[in-house]
Every structure is written in C-alpha cells, then in structure tokens.
Design a protein around this ligand. Sequence first.
Ligand code: BDR
Ligand code: CA
Length: 306
Amino acid sequence: MSTKIVIDCDPGHDDAIAILLALASPEVELTGVTTVAGNQTLDKTTRNALVTLEIAGRSDIPVAAGAEAPLRRELRTAAHVHGETGLDGPELHEPSSRPVGGPAADFLAELMEPGVVLVPTAPLTNVALLLERHPDVHERIERIVWMGGAIGEGNVTPAAEFNAFVDPEAAAAVFASGIPITMIGLDVTHKALFTREHAERLRSTGRAGRFVAELSDFFQQFHERSYGFGGSPIHDAMAIAHVIDPTLVTTRHANVAVETRSELCDGRTVVDLRGVTGREPNADVGVDVDAERFLELLVSRIASLP
Ligand code: BDR
Ligand code: CA
C-alpha cells in the first residue's frame, strides 16, 4: 500500500529533487503538485515544477499554481541560492504541459482526503489559504510534513529558516491549526550533505540523474561559499524521505510557535523541547537523522528513474 502525497513547493533545486524522489519511490504516490512564490516568483516556480515532472516523464501529474506573494508581506526570494531561474545549473527547456486551472488552495482542497499526506517544501502561504478558505478540510487533512524551520540557527537570518521567514504569518496559522504536523528543519537537513561523489554516481544514470547532478553542481556553490560545506543539504527531499521511511528521522513531540512581530526574529520557529512554556505540544520536530541511509535512499532512487 503506498501513501498518497501532495507536494506544495517552490522549485528550487531541492524541491525538484524532492519531486523526483517521490516519483521514484513505490512507498508514495504523488497525486498532485502545487506551487507558491518563494525561492523564485510564482511563474518561475510553476514552470520549474512542470519541467521537473517532464524530465521524469510524469506530466500526467497535475500542477496548480498558488499564491504570488506571502499573506501580508512583500515576497523575498532566494536568487542567491537558486539563481535567476530558480533552477540554475541545467539547461532548462520550456515545458510543453500547462498548470491546471484554479488557485492551488482550491485544488488542494479537492486533493485532500483521509490518508493523503500534504508535504509543503516552501513558505506555507498556500496551506494557510487552504485552511482559511476551506475550513471543512481540517478534518480531511490527516497529516502535514513540512520542510522548514529550525530549532537552532536559521539560514536567512540568524533566527529564521527561509520557508518560515518568507511567510511567518502563514507558518504561525498552520502550526496553530491543530492539524498533526511534522517539522523537518535545518537541524536535521544540515546533517546530511549530498557531495560531488553522490553527483558523479548519478550523472550518467539517465535524464533525471543528469538533471540532479547538474542541479547539485550549482546548488553546491552557495553551500561552499556560505557555510564551507563539502556538500549540499537537499532539505526538501528529507521531508519526502520521512514519509517513505519514518525511521530515518528521529522526532520529538513539542510545541512550536512562530514569531511574527520582532525586528530581529521574525520567522523564528520557537521549539519548546523541554516544555518550559506550558504550551501544549503541537508538532513532531526532527532532531536527528540517519544521514547515510537517507543519502543512499536518495541516490539509489534517483538512479532508478529512466
Ligand atoms: C528551504 O528554503 C528553500 O530555499 C529550499 O528550497 C528549502 O525548502 C531551506 O531553508
Ligand atoms: Ca523549497
């Protein structure tokens, strides 16, 4: 029995790799992709989602475009990490497929049914709009597995991780919703680095393998420059891997609140691991990962794509 999943994303190098990991994995069935502004503007993230599906020969999977901007803030993109296209590195062709009509929030409402896991790998704007516009969906969303946040240091500011930072109001609304949510944050994604050796193993395996190797060639530059890392965290793929194999990431049940009114700390995910605030736990938070097993899963699954 495979688990149906929907990915809400902003491709983005690691989002694209996350989509490919899902497509290569029999444990999950990707029933739809929705896009949001984040790493790049909405037109680019939507095009990139279509391109990625096309590379895997899976343009049958519907893509719906969503929010062009965060709920109440100006959009801040991550061109310094993902480039002007949002997927700099490989040569990108215009996709031949088109997004389906209707904003992502409405499309998500149609796709959400008991048993489906929603995997957002981007700012939570679309998910917050889904909950606001379709309150009935609360009962149908079984689980959210979100790549975002950090217990420790952020990556955009010292306090905040990118997906939380771009739309803190949306993140705050989703964590307050009462829907079971797992947070796969920087604390775990930074522990598993995809190296040049991994890229070389994939480069000649096929179209998807070459695409991932070329994505990683570009993505690696930021992580070398900014962190001195010898590899890149493929953040978003870890959220998918967690659905595929829940034993990879160790989680702790804790309260997570999102800061929305601070000059220095907007977008900070405040994780109360020791229960000192008295707030009820509302999330399962990734605290450790079997990095080697995750990377092997990622490389072997991508290599299996045609
Ligand atoms: C997250 O931010 C984006 O740049 C990545 O795609 C990932 O979802 C990591 O902080
Ligand atoms: Ca992303």
